[in-house]
Design a protein around this ligand. Structure first.
Ligand code: GLU
Length: 166
């Protein structure tokens, strides 16, 4: 953590593929310790940020209570710039649960391949989200596939494995 101020960035981790560990065909994945802190450390980030792990879930397993918990964590914090790492399958649903929170720039981000894999979009996506949280207007955004999408105008195209405007 590079210091904490209300002007800094709050990063909430919720799980998803970005933090997954994979094993072999006889076992299944697990969501491990979040890699987000170490990615920011490797990037020598000097902008103050605070990292809070909220949960470790595949986003298909998130419940309404989980989404309320995420919304509460965003609403109740002094930071106005928030990044949420999240599985991609239901990212837009969580975005809807955050839509009523005013005066904050909230950026949801995930990865289509785990950060621990060499060919992952995680580092790129996280960098985009961290930057966008500092410069985008208040509202809920999704930073995926090199695009900042207003969260109510995007969907995941599962066949293309990409987020597309709608
Ligand atoms: N089922 C996964 C999830 O939404 C999809 C992959 C991902 O994390 O992006 O958590």
């Amino acid at each position: 953590m590079a210091g904490t101020t209300a002007d800094g960035v709050l990063i909430l981790t919720t799980g998803g593929t970005i933090d997954k560990l994979y094993f072999d065909a006889l076992s299944t994945y697990q969501i491990g310790d979040s890699v987000v802190g170490s990615l920011l450390q490797i990037a020598r980030v000097t902008m103050p940020f605070r990292l809070v792990e909220l949960m470790r879930k595949d986003s298909l397993e998130l419940t309404d209570a989980d989404r309320s918990h995420i919304a509460g964590a965003v609403a109740d914090t002094p930071e106005r710039r928030i990044v949420i790492t999240h599985g991609t399958d239901t990212m837009t649903q969580t975005a809807q649960a955050l839509a009523g929170i005013g005066g904050k720039t909230i950026v949801l981000v995930g990865a289509l391949a785990p950060a621990r894999f060499a060919e992952s979009d995680a580092t790129f996506n996280l960098g985009m989200a961290f930057a966008a949280a500092q410069v985008a207007p208040a509202g809920v955004w999704i930073a995926m596939n090199g695009t900042m999408f207003p969260a109510d105008r995007v969907r995941k195209d599962r066949a293309a494995n990409a987020f597309v405007a709608q």
